[in-house]
Design a protein around this ligand. Structure first.
Ligand SMILES: NC(=O)c1ccc[n+]([C@@H]2O[C@H](COP(=O)([O-])OP(=O)(O)OC[C@H]3O[C@@H](n4cnc5c(N)ncnc54)[C@H](O)[C@@H]3O)[C@@H](O)[C@H]2O)c1
Length: 250
């Protein structure tokens, strides 16, 4: 198996996913806007005996997204799995209520969480169809895609769109052996969403802990692997039980 991990150089979920795929025996193309991050991730993977290649580019560039897929196919001879990790809002858009949000910020949040994923999925699907042996797409989403996202309206709407995109891809390409699923993360402790910021949320989490990047990475590997061969169009919620809790405490 091989995997193209878009946003795979990060210190958080992206890096954990790159490591997890390499650990599962996959050759990994690590794509990131920061060439140094992509290189560092690849050095770590190759140092542990995996096959890996760094790719640099910005997901907001249409040619760059197509080039990620083309370069992976050129390097490994084929593409089996696309994982999209890039996303978020608080790092690049002010946290404000909807009436204060500019059009440009809305567009940026949407582009960074859904627009590029559709383009990457399209490029991957074209490669899968040309290869004729199916393929798998896994996108990192959020529980905010199925509930409110206060102060992050564009983010929440885009992550909801991601869940819809997975269902449509699932329905359109099931007959071609192509699957798409989402990992809907709850609060995961990373450098961007650090433990201190999330500390107030821990008492609300039934498991009484934040998630760690490996929680999301394990779900991504499962959804890419043959273990989930009858699973498509789904959002696998990885949130320590937050979204099933309701108002009643145990
Ligand atoms: N951390 C959380 O609590 C949490 C919760 C729900 C969902 N998520 C989702 O997890 C995903 C990863 O989040 P993370 O905070 O762990 O990040 P991460 O540490 O995995 O880093 C993401 C990587 O994307 C790269 N990147 C940023 N902009 C890019 C661009 N324009 N083009 C190419 N690469 C780019 C960064 O350089 C970074 O290496 C996001 O989709 C986010 O919405 C996180």
């Amino acid at each position: 198996m091989n995997a193209l991990v878009v946003g795979g150089g990060g210190e958080g979920i992206g890096r954990a996913i790159s490591r997890a795929f390499a650990g599962a025996g996959a050759a990994v193309a690590v794509a990131d806007i920061d060439p140094g991050r992509a290189r560092a991730a690849v050095e770590e993977l190759t140092g542990s005996g995996a096959r890996a290649v760094p790719l640099a580019g910005d997901v907001r560039s249409r040619p760059a997204v197509d080039a990620f897929v083309a370069s992976t196919v050129a390097e490994f001879g084929r593409l089996d799995t696309l994982v999209t990790v890039v996303g978020g809002q608080v790092a690049f858009v002010p946290a404000v209520r909807l009436h204060e949000m500019s059009d440009d910020d809305w567009d940026l949040a949407y582009e960074m969480n859904l627009g590029y994923v559709a383009r990457a999925a399209r490029a991957a699907i074209r490669a899968f169809l040309a290869q004729g042996q199916g393929g798998s797409i896994v996108s990192i989403g959020s529980v905010t895609g199925a509930m409110a996202a206060p102060m992050q309206a564009g983010y929440g709407a885009a992550k909801a769109g991601l869940a819809s995109l997975a269902k449509t891809v699932a329905a359109e390409y099931a007959g071609d052996g192509i699957r798409m699923n989402v990992v809907a993360c709850g609060a995961i402790a990373t450098a961007v969403a650090n433990a201190a910021q999330h500390a107030d949320e821990v008492p609300e989490i039934p498991m009484r802990r934040l998630g760690v990047p490996n929680d999301a990475a394990a779900a991504a590997v499962y959804l890419a692997s043959p273990l989930s061969s009858y699973v498509t169009g789904q959002s696998l919620v990885v949130d320590g039980g937050v979204t099933v809790r309701g108002p009643f405490s145990a």
